[in-house]
Write a protein that binds this ligand. Structure first.
Ligand code: COA
Ligand code: AMP
Length: 630
């Protein structure tokens, strides 16, 4: 296999040879002669003349190669008391028939389809059926409100929406259809057809002519074959929070994605066909796309779809029960899940009740892994705990320790070293490489490896302005960090208006846009503050209009409701503080970065351009009072 140094060197110095070899693990309808098209930077295209079908690689080829009777997917839903499994043959049959049903209602190659579904097998079936037809799916996380869904409908312009009647969120029953109807009413783009999967505990009312019942539709459908697509054709669009209310539509292609994910399963996660891989995330996030759906199936593993929480469904032993029952080899989740378990079961009493002998390694990502949680997980599990850093944009890890190459000694607080394919640099504001231990902007030298974002949907200009114009020749991650003398990379957090709440990426800018519409609010800033459970939580600082008479407490409650209604409960917006003014530069720019430092008790340098330094004292006092328990 070779050492990390050898593999990494080859990936950076000979990327074409490196990825050509990696591409051999994928079944191509037409093999490519060219590996990288670099004629139009900063847009790079991997495997430009290759053709394949991602669904074929995820399902059909395993059945062809004799894995038809192996489990492809285990659905474990403590919230509904259901456990079912599907072999590769069964999953293939379901996907082929659903693809046939979608084709009958007009979905074909290049069409966009929105999927708004809870964690049920049908969400995976819907994604793979789109891939089978060469259609482009865009999955929207169930915790987003109608307004967020409407934004995505207008931007992705889907021909069809696939949804379910509802979900069980912990102990709550949520009806999805009213949200979906509201979103479709709000959106300008009109949807031709909706396919609704009815769940037994909540029934959706179907609008005749537009809405179709999933079961009825598939009952009369004929299976559809895989449609070969170009490697560079989009497989999916995944919207992710940027710095404004309009999310960015990350485009993932078919070829690079399949090659990179397969490679990652072998070298990062060290899994082989037949292994059980469980990513306790949601199909609405990038972790769900890559490591619940595509990567485990591309590798011929068994993936677990878990509809539940780490705690409360029914207890903090939920994860250990799933690991024992399904013989999970690798668990991948967010540090928040572990903090939630630690809070309820600090001594690991529940954990020790289960047989975890098949469980080999824990992977964590989505937010910073704090050293306390790392040490707790290590001592509880007594097996490798790997932190790895990546983003929706990259689709697979940028910095990681390795379970498949060399396992380096861990330095808590660092996700370890650059993954082969990623030339990670730390730059000062002028674009110069910084020496070890100097914190700066974390960038990746272009071209990014296969599987990373090809561009932003319908927005090549935004791709350039968001990612490649700041430091030409490099991709801007928007995270700050540093390297040490051994090449370990430390990620210190976002340098923009994006925050991470329970491993979920949200935009403070989007929250500000909503808060600013309250009639009593003159101006506002939303700042991410450290939280012991969820990593970060948003706090709104608002300046009221002169003459506003409403009580601050009432305004706070209204703002909570507004953010819930517009973004969704997942934004976890709960705290508002009224302040006399916001700190600004002399040109009127709000000093958000300085407020972030104050909010989290970090040292900061007094900005030379500040208009009135006393405003910072006011903000310090506000956060002091917010931290003091009432
Ligand atoms: N659909 C609808 N609503 C959802 C939802 C979904 N799929 N997921 C979450 N929500 C709602 C919750 O019900 C909650 O609503 P509420 O304010 O009305 O109670 C709100 O969004 C916040 O959810 P969450 O952050 O999940 O908080 P919680 O208190 O319900 O649970 C944890 C706390 C720690 C158990 C939970 O955050 C968790 O499991 N975290 C791990 C995150 C994770 O795996 N991330 C994956 C990224 S890799
Ligand atoms: P998302 O696009 O939702 O995956 O969020 C990406 C952001 O989450 C990154 O830019 C980081 O700020 C943060 N992040 C993800 N994984 C890690 C990690 N292992 N360590 C530190 N931050 C992380």
């Amino acid at each position: 296999m070779g050492s990390y140094d050898e593999i990494f060197r080859k990936s950076i110095e000979e990327p074409v040879a490196f990825w050509k070899e990696a591409a051999e693990s994928i079944d191509w309808h037409k093999k490519c002669d060219r590996i990288l098209d670099d004629s139009n930077p900063p847009f790079y295209r991997w495997f430009p003349d290759g053709e394949l079908n991602t669904c074929f690689n995820a399902l059909d080829r395993h059945v062809r190669d004799g894995r038809g009777d192996q489990n492809a997917l285990i659905y474990d839903s403590p919230v509904t008391g259901t456990i079912t499994s599907f072999t590769y043959q069964q999953l293939l049959d379901k996907v082929a028939v659903f693809a046939g049903a979608l084709r009958r209602i007009g979905v074909g190659r290049g069409d966009t389809v929105i999927i708004y579904m809870p964690m049920i097998p049908e969400a995976v079936v819907a994604m793979l059926a789109c891939a089978r037809l060469g259609a482009i799916h865009s999955v929207v996380f169930g915790g987003f409100a109608a307004n967020e869904l409407a934004l995505r409908i207008d931007h992705a312009k889907p021909k069809v929406i696939i949804s379910a009647s509802g979900a069980m969120e912990g102990k709550k029953t949520l009806a999805y259809k009213p949200l979906l109807d509201k979103a479709m009413e709000m959106a300008d783009h009109k949807i031709e057809k909706c396919v609704i999967y009815q769940r037994p505990f909540v029934t959706a009312t179907l609008n005749a002519g537009r809405d179709l019942d999933w079961q009825e539709l598939v009952a009369s459908a004929a299976p559809a074959d895989c449609v070969p697509v170009k490697a560079t054709d989009p497989l999916y669009i995944l919207y992710t929070s940027g710095t404004t209310g309009m999310p960015k539509g990350v485009i993932r292609d078919n070829g690079g994605h399949a090659v990179a994910l397969y490679w990652s399963m072998k070298y990062i996660y060290n899994v082989a066909p037949g292994d059980v891989f469980w990513s306790a995330s949601d199909v609405g996030w990038v972790v769900g796309h890559s490591y619940i759906v595509y990567a485990p199936l591309l590798m011929g593993c068994t993936t677990v779809i878990y509809e539940g929480k780490p705690v409360g469904t029914p207890d903090p032993g939920a994860f250990w029960r799933v690991i024992e029952q399904h013989k999970v080899k690798i668990l991948f989740t967010a540090p928040t899940a572990f903090r939630a378990i630690k809070k309820e079961d600090p001594d690991g009493v529940y954990c020790h009740k289960y047989d975890l002998s098949n469980f080999k390694c824990l992977f964590l990502a989505g937010e910073r892994l704090d050293p306390d949680t790392y040490h707790w997980a290590c001592s509880l599990l007594d097996r490798p705990v790997i932190d790895h850093w990546w983003q929706t944009e990259t689709g697979w890890p940028i910095v990681s320790n390795f379970f498949g190459i060399e396992h380096f000694p861990t330095k808590p607080g660092s996700p370890t070293k650059a993954v082969p394919g990623y030339d990670v640099r730390i730059l000062d504001p002028d674009g110069n490489d910084l020496p070890p231990h100097h914190e700066g902007e974390v960038v990746i030298k272009l071209p990014l490896p296969p599987g990373t974002l090809a561009s932003l949907w319908q927005a090549d200009d935004k791709f350039i302005s968001a990612y490649t114009s700041r430091f030409p020749g490099c991709y801007l991650t928007s995270d700050g960090g540093y390297k040490d003398e051994d090449g370990y990379i430390f990620i210190m957090g976002r340098m923009d208006d994006v925050i991470n709440i329970a491993g979920h990426r949200l935009s403070t800018g989007a929250m500000e846009e909503i808060i600013a519409t309250h009639p009593a609010v003159a101006e506002c800033a939303v700042v991410g503050t450290d939280d012991a459970l969820k990593g970060q939580l948003p706090v709104g600082l608002v300046v009221l209009k002169a003459g506003a008479t409403e009580a601050a407490e009432d305004i706070g409650k209204e703002l909570v409701q507004m953010v819930r209604d517009k973004i969704g409960p997942i934004a976890c917006y709960k705290t508002t503080a009224v302040v006399p003014r916001l700190p600004k530069t002399r040109s009127g720019k709000i000093l958000r970065g300085t407020m972030r430092s104050i909010a989290n008790g970090k040292d900061y340098r007094m900005p030379s351009t500040i208009d009135d330094p006393t405003t910072l004292d006011e903000i310090t006092e506000t956060f002091y009072h917010l931290r003091v328990p009432k």
